[in-house]
Design a protein around this ligand. Sequence first.
Ligand code: ADP
Ligand SMILES: N[C@@H](CCOP(=O)(O)O)C(=O)O
Length: 294
Amino acid sequence: MKLLVPATTTNFGSGFDTFGLALNLYNTFEFRESDAFGVEVEGEGKELPRDENNLLIRVYKRACEVFGVPVKPFKLKQVNEVPTARGLGSSATAIVGGIEACVRLHSLEVNLEDKMKVAFEFEPHPDNLLPAFVGGFVVCVQNGGLVYNRLDFPDELSLVFAVPDFELSTEEARRVIKREVSLKDAVFNIQRASLLVSAILTGKYELLRTAVEDRLHQPYRAKLIKGFEKVLEAGYSAGAYAVFLSGAGPTVCAISSGEVKDRVGSAMIEAFEREGVRAKVLHLKGSGKGAHWL
Ligand SMILES: Nc1ncnc2c1ncn2[C@@H]1O[C@H](COP(=O)(O)OP(=O)(O)O)[C@@H](O)[C@H]1O
Ligand SMILES: N[C@@H](CCOP(=O)(O)O)C(=O)O
């Protein structure tokens, strides 16, 4: 039994905790029933726990408890393409993996709202989780229940990620954000987040540069990421439509198209390197597919 769960990029600058997009980069989780839990990891995340402290197993056990079924142990083989603690939703892949494993191993029928209730106990924002479950570009709303709208992300747009070789935990990157916001800054973000959705829907990509501007989280997080401003400038100088922090960072994402994407990737990597930060580039696309079994 093999489950593929996509990486996600979130926020898109102005849409903090609101916008999330599934990517064509996956963690693959293979399950074999067994007498005891065990974990094997290939690819990214060599440091991940090999025992019941592994996030996927912790989520699986909690899902069994919530859905009222016995815990059946398994051997898990992870083949991870998603770098951990880089702002590409690796923790969401593990959370979604644990929930889907519980549903499948017990042949349950569970709706998305009930799956999300369990997921929220581990990650209290929906923007990685929802696209990891359902794919596509998702506008997420938190109101105690499940309200979201899923759009197709334009295939002509490329996502270029500059992934630095250091980790930044989402928890730490959330701690630095200011809790209070002025009306002026709230309006600033509402205008841009609305512009972003309309720009994607109408193909007016020249609006994206303004649409990803943010005053809620990026200015605070930028201080934790050496070279962030320089990488941003380099992406724009190379012709990107938009450049912003992927999730909580430290990865930087650029939206681009056609041939320009190669220039954008090299420029961002070089900018990181000039600051003494090693980084690699990932050229990805939005994916319409969420978690699915092979
Ligand atoms: N593939 C995975 N399997 C199990 N646990 C994971 C996996 N990926 C991430 N995690 C857990 O999530 C933590 C990283 O979460 P977080 O800081 O939110 O980073 P990210 O931005 O990659 O989601 C890791 O330290 C690890 O405990
Ligand atoms: N909206 C969240 C998204 C965190 O994503 P991750 O991939 O960095 O875990 C935030 O900005 O904190």
